[in-house]
Design a protein around this ligand. Structure first.
Ligand SMILES: *[C@@H]1O[C@H](CO)[C@@H](O)[C@H](O)[C@H]1NC(C)=O
Ligand SMILES: *[C@@H]1O[C@H](CO)[C@@H](O)[C@H](O)[C@H]1NC(C)=O
Ligand SMILES: *[C@@H]1O[C@H](CO)[C@@H](O)[C@H](O)[C@H]1NC(C)=O
Ligand SMILES: *[C@@H]1O[C@H](CO)[C@@H](O)[C@H](O)[C@H]1NC(C)=O
Ligand SMILES: *[C@@H]1O[C@H](CO)[C@@H](O)[C@H](O)[C@H]1NC(C)=O
Ligand SMILES: *[C@@H]1O[C@H](CO)[C@@H](O)[C@H](O)[C@H]1NC(C)=O
Ligand SMILES: *[C@@H]1O[C@H](CO)[C@@H](O)[C@H](O)[C@H]1NC(C)=O
Ligand SMILES: *[C@@H]1O[C@H](CO)[C@@H](O)[C@H](O)[C@H]1NC(C)=O
Ligand SMILES: *[C@@H]1O[C@H](CO)[C@@H](O)[C@H](O)[C@H]1NC(C)=O
Ligand SMILES: *[C@@H]1O[C@H](CO)[C@@H](O)[C@H](O)[C@H]1NC(C)=O
Length: 376
C-alpha cells in the first residue's frame, strides 16, 4: 500500500504540470470566474473570484498556503461548483470544512486528493453531492478520524476520461486507527455504478439504527454486522435485506439455491481479512445465482468463498464465471470453490473432458482388439 501511495503522490505532482486551458474552454469557463494561479497563498488569494458560484481552477492548498482556515472559508464561501479539481496536501489544517459549501466537483482527467495533512481530523465536505473525476484519494493523513462527507451520492467518471478508465477510483486509507466510514457513506460509494470501492480501508463508525437500518442478528433492509444463515434461520425475514455492512455467511443448511435473498444487492465488508460471502457445508446447493446481487466488497481478495458444498458445484465452471461477471469481480482470487478459482476449475474440467474422451478411445481400441481376437 505504501508504494501505491507514493505512485499516487507522483501522479498528483504530475497533475500540476497539466494545462487546463483546453478543459476550461470545453467547460465554457467564464474568464472572470477562473483562478489561473492554482496555488492558494496570501499573495494569490486576492485574485480568487469570490463572487462566483462556479469557479474554474485546479486549486492547490499546500504547505505554502499561508492562510488560516477562516480566511480560506471566507474566500470559498460562494463557491458551489468547482471545475478543474482540488488538492489539499501537507497542510496543518484541522478540517477541510473551508470547502464545506462546495456541492459539485468536475475534474479534468485528474484525481481530487487529500494527503499528508497530519493535523486534519475530518474532510468536512458536508454539502458535496456530486463528483465527476478520475479518482478521489484520501491517503496518509495521520489523524483523520472520519470523512464527514455524508451527501456525496452522485459519483461519475470525469467527462473526458482516458479510454481505459471505466470507473472513478476511490482510494481511502487514513493513517489513523480510529478512522471510520459511516454506513451511509459506504452505501453511497458502493451503490454508485461507476465507482470502485476495493481500495477503501477503515472500519465502520458505530451506526445509528433506524427502522431501515438494524444491527445483526436483527434483520431488515440494511443490516449492520454479519448475517449468518444456518439450518434454523427464518428465510422469510431474509427477503427484506438489500445491503449488508458485514459478511453474508451461509452455513450447514439444506438450501438448494439463494432465491430467498430476493432483494440483496450489496455486501460491503470492511473488516481485515474477512470475506464478503462465505458459503460452507450446504450439501444440496446446486444453483449459486443471487437474484439481484450487484457488488461485493471485502478487504481481502477472497471476496466470495464456497467450501464443502455439493460436490457438483466444483465442476460447474459456467456458474463460477457467471457469478464472477455478475458481481464485476476482476481479481483472479474470487469466487473460489474449495480453493479453486474459475480458471483452475476450467482447467480441471478440460482435463477431465480429455481423460474421458481418451478413456473412450482406449476402451474402443480395447473393443476392437477384443473383436479382432474374437474373429481370429
Ligand atoms: C496551455 O495550452 C494552450 C493551448 O494548447 C496554450 O495556448 C497555452 O500557452 C498553454 N499554457 C501553458 C501555461 O503552457
Ligand atoms: C505553486 O507552488 C509550487 C510549489 O509548491 C510551484 O512549483 C509552482 O510553480 C506554483 N505554481 C504557480 C502557478 O505559482
Ligand atoms: C450547505 O447547504 C445548506 C443548504 O443549502 C446551506 O444552508 C449551507 O449554508 C451550506 N453550507 C455552506 C458551508 O455553504
Ligand atoms: C450528477 O453529476 C453530473 C456530473 O457532475 C451532473 O451533470 C448531474 O447533473 C448530477 N446529477 C445530479 C442529480 O445532481
Ligand atoms: C458506467 O459506465 C458505463 C461504461 O463503462 C456506462 O455505460 C454507464 O452509463 C455508466 N453508468 C453511470 C451511472 O455513469
Ligand atoms: C437436512 O437434510 C437432512 C437429510 O435429508 C435431514 O436429516 C435434516 O433434518 C435436514 N435439515 C433441515 C434443517 O431441514
Ligand atoms: C459453520 O458451522 C460450523 C459448526 O457450527 C462451525 O464450526 C463453522 O465455523 C461455521 N462456519 C462459518 C464460516 O461460520
Ligand atoms: C438459478 O437461479 C436463478 C435465480 O436466482 C434462475 O434465474 C436460474 O434459472 C436458476 N438456474 C437453474 C439452472 O435452475
Ligand atoms: C451431480 O451430477 C451428477 C451428473 O450430472 C448427477 O448424477 C448427481 O446426482 C449429482 N449429484 C448431486 C449430489 O446432485
Ligand atoms: C476455459 O478454458 C478454455 C481453454 O483454455 C478457454 O478457451 C475458455 O475460454 C475458458 N473459458 C472461460 C469462460 O474462460
Amino acid at each position: 500500500m505504501k508504494e501505491k501511495c507514493l505512485v499516487f503522490l507522483l501522479c498528483a505532482v504530475c497533475a500540476f504540470c497539466v494545462n487546463l486551458t483546453v478543459f476550461f474552454s470545453k467547460k465554457n469557463c467564464d474568464p472572470k470566474c477562473t483562478f489561473e494561479n492554482q496555488n492558494a497563498t496570501s499573495k494569490t488569494i486576492g485574485s480568487f473570484p469570490t463572487e462566483c458560484s462556479t469557479v474554474c481552477s485546479f486549486l492547490r492548498i499546500t504547505e505554502d498556503t499561508d492562510l488560516t482556515e477562516a480566511q480560506l472559508a471566507s474566500t470559498f464561501l460562494n463557491m458551489k461548483r468547482l471545475l478543474g479539481g482540488v488538492i489539499v496536501i501537507s497542510t496543518k489544517f484541522k478540517s477541510g470544512s473551508f470547502l464545506a459549501g462546495l456541492e459539485a466537483i468536475e475534474c479534468d482527467d485528474l484525481d481530487v486528493m487529500w494527503a499528508l495533512n497530519n493535523q486534519m481530523l475530518e474532510l468536512g465536505l458536508t454539502n458535496l453531492t456530486s463528483i465527476s473525476c478520475a479518482g478521489f484519494q484520501v491517503v496518509s493523513n495521520k489523524k483523520l478520524n472520519k470523512l464527514n462527507m455524508p451527501n456525496l451520492k452522485n459519483i461519475t467518471l470525469n467527462e473526458f476520461p482516458e479510454p481505459t478508465d471505466k470507473a472513478m477510483k476511490f482510494s481511502i486509507d487514513s493513517g489513523s486507527p480510529d478512522f471510520c466510514i459511516t454506513v451511509e457513506e459506504m452505501e453511497n460509494f458502493i451503490t454508485a455504478d461507476n465507482a470502485t470501492v476495493d481500495e477503501i480501508y477503515g472500519k465502520y463508525c458505530p451506526p445509528t439504527t433506524t427502522e431501515n437500518l438494524c444491527t445483526s442478528p436483527n434483520i431488515c433492509q440494511k443490516v449492520f454486522g454479519n448475517v449468518e444463515i444456518g439450518p434454523n434461520s427464518n428465510l422469510d425475514t431474509m427477503k427484506s435485506i438489500e445491503i449488508i455492512f458485514g459478511s453474508l455467511i451461509i452455513n450447514e443448511t439444506n438450501l438448494t439455491d439463494f432465491n430467498f435473498l430476493e432483494n440483496l444487492k450489496y455486501v460491503a465488508q470492511l473488516t481485515k481479512d474477512k470475506s464478503a460471502i462465505i458459503v460452507q457445508n450446504n450439501p444440496f446447493l446446486l444453483n449459486i445465482s443471487f437474484p439481484k446481487l450487484k457488488r461485493v466488497r471485502s478487504d481481502n481478495f477472497h471476496t466470495v468463498v464456497f467450501t464443502k458444498n455439493n460436490q457438483n458445484l466444483s465442476l460447474d465452471v459456467n456458474s463460477c464465471f457467471k457469478l464472477k461477471s455478475d458481481l464485476g469481480i476482476t481479481s483472479d482470487w474470487s469466487p473460489t470453490f474449495n480453493g479453486d478459482n474459475c480458471d483452475s476449475m476450467n482447467r480441471t474440467a478440460i482435463s477431465i473432458e480429455r481423460s474421458k474422451s481418451s478413456g473412450y478411445q482406449c476402451s474402443s481400441i480395447f473393443i476392437i482388439v477384443l473383436v479382432v481376437i474374437a474373429i481370429f
